[in-house]
Design a protein around this ligand. Structure first.
Ligand SMILES: Cc1cc2nc3c(=O)[nH]c(=O)nc-3n(C[C@H](O)[C@H](O)[C@H](O)COP(=O)(O)OP(=O)(O)OC[C@H]3O[C@@H](n4cnc5c(N)ncnc54)[C@H](O)[C@@H]3O)c2cc1C
Length: 431
């Protein structure tokens, strides 16, 4: 009789495990809390522009390269992958890599696939999520609330039992759901792992024809990542995403200039925005009220400013995010606007025409991610990997329970895919 496997979470790792295990003859059911599959692969559309969330480019898909070897047997190389040029690293002291990977060896692993070849996908992460989801038994809006003795219970009261359970969510989130007693050392090992910071994102809609499309990502001063969205038919850029780690570890900025705060209309706090669309339907960005026109604010109020990141430090104390519950306070709208303007300003060092090219923008914060994927603190890349002590095995003290996803090894599409493959092999060895 075919063995049954339950997977918690339909992000990249859950979807990949489902696909691989199905190919190997297991009967797989995936339980996803959100309204659509994909986790960080999801996209959202604002005013006709599609924005990616946690997928912009991916390395290692060229012939014989590591990700190609995982994706080809799954039929994923038939998707419309588009080659990109190497990333542009400007003034980067690899600070952004230190946030998720500590050792030289680790950093070289992170960078290696990008040194091979870089790709984007027409339609973004959703194209990959849809291809992986095709034909799989995925139950949406099933938020798992407890796991005990091969049985998984969801918030709506439904229960599922199987021969094995794969947790494709953050291991700390799993611990909160797990009712079986487990070795204290294993629990402590997970609970004490530090998470990478979350990301503050500005999704920018550009005025038509205002900026040329650039076919690579730009990492600026180790603080801001610039990713262009798909180009318009005339070759101009239609959108770009600005990403900055939300960490207090970066230099302080002076208080906001009065001119900026005065130029902002009063805006409701994020909490209501986020609550109205979470979990899973779409990022809360669309629920934000309309942002005020940008250009006057940027050109008049934002002359040279030092780096952005301290804004984050002042509004995002880690303690607030470590509670495990939803944060008590969230980033106010005025802070979001000022941080968005700061990011645009920094990006203008490389793209001088950017401030004038911005038509509209939307933002998301680590709290957005916490609600969106259930990742504690909204950590972007999950558990930091500073060395072997931070790696987690797919096996757990319970022979029927397995871990997978970006938290086990390297993050990113490649790291997460390797993790999924490892988990399937570990499960295969036991069942
Ligand atoms: C802003 C950002 C940009 C990124 N850009 C890139 C990039 O350009 N290239 C790249 O290679 N990588 C990028 N990454 C990293 C990459 O997206 C991730 O490493 C990868 O997608 C993680 O997949 P996952 O399956 O481990 O987790 P997730 O995608 O977080 O999936 C977890 C899933 O579990 C579900 N879930 C959680 N709790 C429950 C529950 N209790 N019950 C049921 N379901 C639950 C969530 O809803 C979610 O669908 C980026 C990440 C971020 C945050």
């Amino acid at each position: 009789m075919e063995k049954r496997v339950l997977i918690i979470g339909a992000g990249l790792s859950g979807l990949l495990c489902g696909k691989i295990l199905s190919q190997r003859g297991f009967a797989v059911t995936i339980l996803e809390q959100g309204a659509q599959a994909g986790g960080a692969l999801q996209t959202f559309v604002r005013e006709g522009i599609r924005f990616d969330t946690g997928f912009h480019s991916v390395g290692g898909l060229g012939p014989g390269e590591p990700l190609e070897q995982i994706f080809r047997p799954l039929g994923l190389m038939d998707l419309p992958w588009l080659p990109m040029e190497p990333d542009e690293l400007i003034g980067c002291d690899d600070a952004f890599l230190r946030l998720s990977a500590g050792t030289e060896d680790e950093r070289s692993h992170v960078l290696e696939p990008y040194q091979l070849s870089i790709w984007r996908l027409r339609g973004g992460g959703k194209t990959l999520a849809d291809a992986l989801a095709l034909g799989q038994d995925i139950r949406l809006r099933k938020q798992v609330t407890s796991v005990e003795n091969r049985t998984v219970t969801c918030a709506d009261g439904s229960c599922f039992s199987a021969d094995a359970v794969v947790s494709a969510i953050h291991p700390k989130a799993l611990l909160r759901l797990l009712r079986d007693p487990v070795r204290k050392a294993w629990r402590t090992r997970i609970e004490t792992r530090q998470d990478s910071p979350g990301i503050f994102t500005v999704n920018v809609k550009l005025r038509p024809g205002a900026l040329p499309y650039i076919n690579h990502s730009i990492f600026l001063s180790g603080k801001v990542m610039i990713h262009f969205g798909e180009p318009a038919p005339d070759g101009s850029a239609r959108s770009l995403d600005l990403l900055a780690f939300d960490t207090g570890a970066l230099p302080q900025t002076p208080p906001l200039r009065p001119a900026i705060t005065q130029s902002l209309p009063s805006r409701p706090p994020l909490a209501a925005d986020a609550a109205s669309v979470m979990p899973g339907s779409e990022l809360d960005t669309g629920a934000l009220p309309q942002t005020p026109p940008l250009r006057p604010a940027i050109t008049q109020s934002l002359p040279s400013r030092p780096p952005l990141a301290a804004d984050a430090a002042s509004v995002m104390p880690g303690s607030e995010l470590d509670t495990g519950a939803l944060p008590q306070t969230v980033m106010p709208g005025s802070e979001r606007v000022s941080r968005a303007l700061s990011l645009i300003h920094i990006a203008a060092q490389r793209l001088p025409g950017l401030p004038d090219a911005v038509e509209k923008y939307w933002t998301s914060t680590p709290q957005t991610w916490e609600r969106f994927t259930g990742t504690p603190g909204g950590s972007a890349y999950g558990i930091c990997k500073r060395g072997p002590e931070d790696y987690l095995a797919p096996q757990t003290p319970l022979p029927w329970l397995f871990l997978t996803g970006q938290n086990l090894g390297l993050h990113g599409i490649l790291g997460t895919s390797v993790s999924a493959l490892n988990t399937c092999n570990a499960l295969n060895d036991i069942l």
